[in-house]
Design a protein around this ligand. Structure first.
Ligand SMILES: [Zn+2]
Length: 204
């Protein structure tokens, strides 16, 4: 039986690396996979890039208004026509940026169309609030797996602190558009202790 897997973690927990490795494992067995990501993520455009240096183009981008089940069905039909083989797995990067409705479609694809899905994403934003797509994945996924990374202090990182021009900020839009700011927006994965110390006790 196909399952919906959500593999989540803080930033820099190796999600893209894990996704590319999973795709490779399928393909090594002669199976076909499709790679997709939401269009909102501009930093990698239409590629999935691992911090280890490996990168690969996606098969399709998902816009917020897309009917994801229909979009997937079209790409599945294209693979079937071109390769004479079905899609063994759909892999999605940056899944936190899917809409809750699109996550509903992921469960339909898995259960009604019998295609397993591996979704990778960040659990919470810089204000420790769940991204809407991640919240829905936490609710619907058959399987949840945490990908771990460590804080600067050595504890497991839970949160993603935002820095603008090197200074921590705790207010702003959920998705920071780098181009609109004079100063560079970066993130640091932090444990709860270090986050609360930096924020002066603030959580949202
Ligand atoms: Zn820490």
């Amino acid at each position: 039986m196909a399952k919906l897997y959500f593999r989540y973690g803080a930033m820099n927990s190796g999600k893209s690396t894990a996704l590319l490795q999973a795709a490779y494992n399928y393909e090594e067995r002669g199976q076909h996979v499709l790679l997709a990501k939401p269009e909102i993520d501009t930093k990698g455009a239409d590629r999935i890039s691992s911090r280890l240096g490996v990168s690969r183009g996606v098969d399709f981008l998902i816009r917020p208004e897309d009917d994801l089940r229909e979009l997937f069905a079209a790409h599945r039909a294209r693979v079937l026509a071109a390769e004479g083989a079905d899609v063994a797995c759909l892999l999605i990067d940056e899944a936190q940026f899917l809409t809750p409705t699109q996550v509903d479609d992921l469960l339909r694809i898995v259960v009604l169309d019998s295609v397993p899905i591996l979704a990778y994403g960040i659990r919470t934003d810089f204000q420790t609030q769940a991204f809407p797509g991640s919240r829905r994945l936490m609710e619907l996924a058959h399987s949840l797996e945490e990908l771990k990374t460590i804080c600067r202090c050595g504890r497991k990182a839970l949160f993603n602190a935002r820095l603008v021009g090197g200074r921590f900020v705790f207010e702003g839009d959920q998705v920071a558009i780098d181009e609109l700011s004079h100063e560079k927006v970066t993130y640091e994965s932090m444990c709860a202790q270090c986050y609360l110390t930096a924020s002066g006790g603030r959580l949202s």
